[in-house]
Design a protein around this ligand. Sequence first.
Ligand SMILES: [Zn+2]
Length: 409
Amino acid sequence: MKLDCKIKIQDRQRTNGSSTLKAAKGVVGLAKSNNDEWVLVVRLFKDTNATQYKLRDNIQALLHRCINNGMATIQIKMPPHDVQLCEANVESLKTLLSSVRLASTGSNLPSSIKSISINAVEKLQRPALQLIVNQAIDYPTLKGFPSTLEKLIINAAHLRAPVDRRIFTLKNLHTLDLSDNNITELPSGIQMNHLHTLIIRSNQLKSFPNDIKCPMLKHLDLSQNQLEKFNVALLNISTLERLNLSSNKIKFIPRIILRVLPQLQVFNIASNLVRVIPNSIASGGTRLHTFHYDDNPLATEKMITCKRFNTTLLEIALRVVIKYRIPYDFKSIPRTLCLLLDEYETCAHCASACFIRFGEIIVPKQLSAIGVTVHVTAANQSFAVPVQERYCSIKCFNYGLRRAGMIQM
Ligand SMILES: [Zn+2]
């Protein structure tokens, strides 16, 4: 049998338990030696030769506390080596350890365990981890993609919708870059559990799939596309740290963006059609540290955009649900109320929730004052952004007007 995983071999006498060696990709397996005894064969892909360890009466311990995470250590007596395995298939690792245990006592192994050929192991090639396609002619249309790929870059290859589904079945992919193609839409049902970087810059995307599932996605680049709105699907990727939506046609930034994307650190909305910035971006207390907003038709005047204070029973009820954190879902209250509750904005003065009845003003605000680095390229553009501030009551609204130097009601 053989098992692909990451391997680190540590000499217990030399390293005293602490080593700076990194685990490297390799193969570990069981083979029968010339005198019909089982040996453990270990080969790192970076080395040409495989190392063999006798197993009978030569195992000091098997450390398997983390076996369900694909990790285990086989301690050999002579030479005094620790063979540390990680990122292994859990079932195969369990089979390997139980076989090593049997072989160390001299017992027979089950007939399902076949001996590997040491020669074949030494001839194994390092699995392909990265593929870069820079022109259409290099696209592996017939051959397909190696399933071991971790990084796939397909640039300027005239890709268009429907995009080759095989790309989205690569289970180990952590980086996918499909920049400079003609993609108008991505397929639905994308699920990539290891993907942390997705770059679809310079395409013709008009939308983003609602059902994308990438639980590790940190960096998403959809710049230079045809997006006309900030897709709600983006608000479901709560792991996002860097989001680039520059050079699209987006008019509004959702007010709840930093509440639902709490990890967001860098946000680029430059070269869109945005007129105002939601107060949540300008109120601090988030991880956001860099905000690109240049080249947008930003409002330049202070203004009052809403003044609705005749409080309704609905408004009071919704505010109470938020204030006392009363749990709600589609089963307990109507769907429209759930959607309203998801989208509340907090009062810029007293921080209570506002839904339908509120006052709203647009005022310039310096983002640098709350520790956000802003990026402006146009020489005539100010560092102050027009921020949309909401106030829950006439009292709070008057406070906001006074602070903004506007006339009181
Ligand atoms: Zn208030």
